[in-house]
Structure formats: structure tokens, C-alpha cells
Ligand binder design. Sequence first.
Ligand SMILES: [Zn+2]
Length: 50
Amino acid sequence: MACSAGGPMEITILDVDEEDTKCNDCGKKFRRPKRKARCPECGSENLGAL
Ligand SMILES: [Zn+2]
């Protein structure tokens, strides 16, 4: 029964979209996917960590 309207609402937005990978070909920064990482911009696998 957590339906109390009017109460203080705590909304925590965690920034989980931190970019930790950089494409060495085009310089695009993005968050590394779990699977085989590829640059979303140019499709290169030539990636480096930030
Ligand atoms: Zn790229």
C-alpha cells in the first residue's frame, strides 16, 4: 500500500551513462556495451579506455 499522495518524493537519478570508451578512429566517446564493443559511430573495433 505505497500510494500516499502528497508525501515527499525522493527521486534519485543515477547517471549510469558515463562514457568509458573512446573510438580511436573517429574519436567518438560512448559507454562500452557488454558484448563485443564496437563504435556506434563508425563501427570500428579500434577502441580505447578513457
Ligand atoms: Zn568510431
